[in-house]
Design a protein around this ligand. Structure first.
Ligand SMILES: [Mg+2]
Length: 258
């Protein structure tokens, strides 16, 4: 272990698990707060605004502020403003994402967009997907907030943003630009948000395919906690995280260089 200047921390499976608390993680976040150590909660979930994430975390006794939240929705807004400023956008996504786009003065249109942005939406319907397909086939850029195939709810694993992406990829033959973990834009955005460089930050998460790959592929050290999705056995033979721990009580914030 070594010390890091800042921490990028996944939410579900890392800080809480569905509706259940992870008390070791709560204590870890409390210590970051008390010691004013920089951190961001880094989540692929674009269905909550940063304010809503802060509210949601109160259910798990976690006190934080909006500047400690960086969602794939925020990363998408930052990416669009950097690369596609002034371009019009058709959204297939959640009300929370729509709110972020409007706040960023990104012009939303119903037809002839420069960009089609697709994310998770409970209200996605055939007509929206038809319009998105036609726009992409006519040359609109295809951007996706996050690649998650599923998300867990009380009934099991329901289709996630990635399932809708698969629909549009099949209908258009176009590969999207993807913003969320494990891809570079959200990591670059998070580092910028924290004002730190890749070698100063530790990415903490429970999911090898999103959190850990996000670190491995972007030069950020990784800590995989075994409180959520991935197990030691499930990553045998793969490139390993920098650290694997049962839970965050085992992390030493004052560790010296080894
Ligand atoms: Mg997770």
């Amino acid at each position: 272990m070594r010390t890091y200047k800042g921490y990028a921390i996944d939410l579900d499976g890392t800080v809480y698990f569905g509706k259940n608390r992870i008390k070791t993680a709560e204590k870890f976040v409390q210590e970051l707060n008390e010691r004013k150590i920089p951190y961001v909660f880094l989540t692929n979930n674009a269905t909550r605004t940063p304010e809503e994430v802060v509210e949601h975390l109160k259910n798990y006794e976690i006190e934080t502020t909006v500047n400690h939240v960086y969602t794939s929705g925020q990363a998408t807004v930052d990416y669009l403003l950097e690369h596609y400023k002034g371009q019009t956008l058709m959204l297939v996504g959640s009300p929370a994402l729509k709110k972020l786009l409007i706040e960023a003065n990104i012009q939303l249109v119903e037809e002839n967009p420069d960009i089609v942005l697709q994310s998770f939406s409970y209200d996605v319907d055939y007509r929206q997907l038809m319009e998105a397909t036609l726009a992409i086939r006519q040359g609109a850029k295809f951007v996706v907030t996050n690649p998650d195939s599923n998300l867990p709810n009380e009934r099991g694993l329901i289709p996630g943003s990635g399932a809708t992406t698969a629909f549009l990829k099949t209908a258009t033959g176009v590969e999207p630009e993807i913003i969320g973990k494990p891809y570079a834009p959200i990591m670059e955005g998070a580092l910028q948000h924290m004002g730190l460089s890749a070698d100063e930050v530790l990415m903490i998460g429970d999911n090898y395919n999103t959190d850990i790959r996000a670190g491995l592929e972007n030069g950020v050290d990784t800590l995989m906690v075994l409180t959520g999705f991935s197990t030691r056995e499930s990553i045998e033979g793969l490139e390993q995280p920098t650290y694997i721990l049962n839970d965050l009580s085992e992390w030493d914030l004052d560790a010296n260089e080894d």
